[in-house]
Each structure stands twice: as C-alpha cells, then as structure tokens.
Unconditional design. Structure first.
Length: 501
C-alpha cells in the first residue's frame, strides 16, 4: 500500500486552443498539509477541479489510498472522502445554515423520507461549534456576511468527515478571529489524519500552516519543497521564474494640494462623523478589522450608501453625491472589493467591460462608436499589461489578476482625480500584485489621490504614505508611514485610541 493518501501523476488538461496543465504532479500524506502555489492562471484551480471530478483529465493517473481511479466525478470524489471548498462559495442564500450544511445529505426518520430536523439542528450546532461560530442553525445564509458564509462552507466540508480536504483561498473573506479558529481546526484535523491541500496567495499563512509546498507555473510542475527549509524569496522565484526584489515598491512622491476632503460623514448605523483628507499624489491606506466600516465609507463617498450627515469636497469645492454618476462626474472612481459580483460583467468581453463607465467617451448622440470603444479597450490592455487574447475575450475566462486589471482599467479610462481601491490585490498572485503596485505609483506620480482599503497589514504598511485605522464606523487612529507599526494599527483597529485624529 502506498504511503500517500493521494497521488496525482502526469496530469494534463487542455481546453480549446489552450494547454492548461502539462504533466503536473502532486502527492499528499495523511495528517499533512500541502500548500499549492502559483500565479493566477498557473493551473491550481484546474488541478483541483480534476481531483473533484468537475473536469475530466486528458492524461495522467490519480491514486487515492493507493487505488488508481479510472474516472472521477463529483459523486465518486465525495465517496472517496474528498471535499473541496471552492473560492467561489456554493451556498443557497434562501436556505438556512443547517440546510446548506447537509444539502443532499439530510437526516431522515428511517425510510419514511421525513426530515429529522432535530438531529440536523444538533449536528449543525456541533460542526459550527468546532469552528467557534456562534450562529443559530436556522439563520438564512443570505443574511450572513461573506466571511460567515465562508465559515459555513468549511463547516459543510468538515461535516462530510473527509479524508482529503481542499481549501481554495479559505481566509480571503475571514476576520482575524475566524482565521485563528480555522487554523485551530486545521491543526486538529491533521492530528486526526486528514490530508489537506491549501491554496492561498498569503505567504505568511503558507509558512504558518503548511508542511510542504508544491509550486506550479504556466500549467507545469516546478517542484515541491519542505516549508521549514525554504523562504519567501525562493518561493517567489519558483512561482514567477524571476526575483521580485521588493514586495512593496512604494516610490517617494511629493504630494500636492488637497484633492479629497471628507467632513463628518455619517451613515446611519454604519459610519459616525468620518473626517479626513487625501492630497494629490498621496496614497492613504485604510486599515481595520472586518465590519469596521471601511467598505461602507468607500461606498458612501461613491454614492452607493445614503449619507445622513457630512460633506465631501473635491479640489476644495463641495460636491453633492447621491449616486455613482455624481461621483464619476466629480472625478471619483471606486474599484470595489468583490470584482466578480460588483466590478465586472463576467459574461461580457474585456472591451465592453471597459466601456461601461465610459459610454460618453465611446458614443455620439447616444450611438455607440465601435472604433472609439476598441481604441479605449486596446489602450487599457496595453497600459495595464492585461494578459488577454484581445478586447473580445470574455472577462470570466481571465485569471484573477487580469480580471482585477480590467476593473482598474475601466475606471482609469474615466481619468479620475481620486481613486478608491477596496482590497485591490485580494486573490491576486504575487506577480500581479507587484504590477498593481506599480500602477498605483504611476497614478500617484500623475497627481491622482489614492485611497487604499486593505486587510493585509504588510500591504498597508508597505504602500501607504499615511494610514487611517477604523473601528466600528469611526476613525480611531492616524499614522504617518514612518511611525506606523502592525502593533499600533491593531491597537487602534480593536478600539484603542491611537494618535489624536
């Protein structure tokens, strides 16, 4: 019998005109966590979809507990003890937490077919407790935050008592407390012999939870290393084929006059008397824990939240913003946190996505001018180095990093004075992150004022000229780049006042 719980050998997969995987390998032992790393588009998700039976492999061998599997389907994978928590959540919003956890596996009274709700509720409570989630199992999933929904997905996978658990970007939407709870569960599962494959772009997490790291690049296997014997620089070289000497290439840019000022901005139940300013060429980072009001503040400035009190000034002039078109006309652009739900129309091509907020530029008397639209799209693709077959490629088929560049590109085409970036590098690989940081530097040099919301403290510290910290709808801390530390930011983020603001 093989010492490996799972072996994937010489796996290859092509889609029409594109070779996605070529002779890729991965193996996993009981009680081990293997991190699967690589840039967006490296083939990580495709490999896991082959394991889960969603895609059929063109070539290669899969062995589970030493037994070769000729065919994999989602049902076969589940019966083999394989559970996958996908990056895109697969929950039904109008069903309860417990109904989602046991969907298709409901407890019934014998052969009667009647659902045993009491047993299901009890079991759901057990798995929620494992993750330290204080939720009523009868709560509708649609009423939960994205982070809570992610934890329900994890509880669902745990309830299957899988031998092989795949976690694809599991912490992207979680709070620090939820991440800590998840890592405790991971440690417990390892002790029980569960093998885990963990996909994440967060380097710090990889070093914290993994035993070994397997790296893919451009659909090919690069190598596997022991976590304890490698470092961040080596992993970056393996992933991108080159060294990224500075993770946060912040350039020193002389700031100009005040571009944006917010005075006593309030949104009932969400924000209370928010005041700050951003200068031309300045990058102001916004830190805080999930639920602190950072996204609500961005949406309020952009006309997506009803402002109950306060005033917004652009270039010292008061502006009235009640809807996004008012913000766009005032020179404000917002790259939203959730690019797939709020930032893009995934079924449309790159060209049309870039045109959407720029219809006045690509039309005349209400008639679309295809040549102008094409020029706008081509310019964005060239300017942002978007890896695409062209403006007609469907956005949903692009990698995460290139999708993010399309979102940024469509807003840059509006020629904003103020750019609000909400989690600009979430789910983006390290190479694409560097490119996004370079874009930020270029924009700052050209005089754009940038407001950057990020949950990654190293990113906030590395790319900001000044940092504001939020807690429960208020600003509780303000730091210059020179004086900011992770400790000071976390103190302010948990409600401790830091610096007069």
């Amino acid at each position: 019998m093989s010492e490996h719980l799972l072996e994937m050998k010489q796996i290859s997969k092509s889609f029409p005109g594109v070779k996605v995987l070529e002779n890729v390998q991965l193996n996993l032992k009981s009680g081990e966590l293997v991190a699967l790393m690589g840039e967006n588009g490296a083939g990580k998700s495709t490999l896991m979809k082959i394991l889960g039976g969603i895609y059929e492999r063109d070539a290669g061998t899969i062995l589970v507990k030493g037994a070769a599997q000729e065919k994999m389907t989602p049902d076969i994978a589940s019966k083999l003890g394989i559970a996958i928590i996908h990056q895109e959540l697969n929950l039904i919003s109008h069903l309860s937490v417990m109904e989602n956890i046991f969907l298709g596996r409901e407890f019934t009274y014998g052969r009667s077919g009647f659902v045993n709700w009491a047993k299901m509720r009890k079991e759901a409570k057990h798995w929620l407790k494992q993750l330290e989630i204080d939720l009523d199992p009868d709560t509708l999933v649609g009423d939960l935050s994205v982070g809570q929904q992610q934890m329900i997905e994890i509880a669902k996978a745990l309830s299957m008592q899988a031998d092989i658990l795949v976690l694809d970007e599991p912490t992207a939407a979680l709070t620090h407390r939820e991440i800590d709870a998840l890592f405790q569960v991971i440690a417990s599962l390892k002790q029980k012999g569960v093998g885990m494959i963990y996909i994440s772009h967060r380097m710090e997490e990889i070093f914290q939870v993994s035993d070994r790291i397997t790296v893919l690049r451009d659909g090919q296997y690069v190598g596997t290393v022991e976590t304890a014997s490698t470092n961040m620089d080596e992993l970056v070289r393996m992933m991108v084929g080159r060294e990224i000497t500075d993770r946060f290439p912040k350039e020193q840019i002389e700031c100009g006059d005040e571009r944006l000022r917010v005075d006593n901005l309030s949104v009932k139940g969400k924000l209370e008397k928010i005041s700050f300013s951003v200068r031309s060429g300045e990058i102001v980072g916004i830190a805080g824990l999930m639920g602190a009001g950072r996204t609500e503040m961005a949406k309020a400035i952009f006309g997506l939240e009803h402002v109950s009190e306060g005033q917004i000034f652009v270039d010292h002039q008061p502006v009235r913003i009640t809807r996004p078109i008012d913000a766009i006309r005032a020179g404000i652009a917002l790259v939203t946190e959730d690019r797939k739900e709020e930032g893009l129309v995934l079924s449309l091509p790159v060209r049309e996505n870039i045109s959407l907020p720029n219809l006045d530029k690509v039309s005349s008397l209400g008639v679309l001018r295809p040549k102008h639209e094409q020029e706008l799209s081509d310019d964005a693709i060239k300017r942002l180095l978007i890896k695409t077959a062209g403006g007609e490629q469907i956005v949903g088929s692009l990698s995460g990093g290139n999708q993010q560049k399309v979102v940024i590109g469509k807003w840059l085409a509006t020629e904003p004075k103020i750019l609000i970036l909400d989690e600009p590098t979430r789910g983006v690989d390290i190479g694409a992150k560097k490119e996004i940081y370079d874009i930020m530097n270029h924009l700052a040099k050209s005089g754009v004022a940038i407001l950057m919301i990020s949950s990654e403290l190293p990113e906030v510290l590395g790319m900001s000229d000044r940092i504001l910290v939020m807690h429960e709808g208020r600003i509780t801390g303000e730091f210059t780049r020179a004086e900011a530390t992770q400790e000071l930011i976390m103190h302010a983020a948990t409600g401790g006042k830091s610096h007069a603001v």
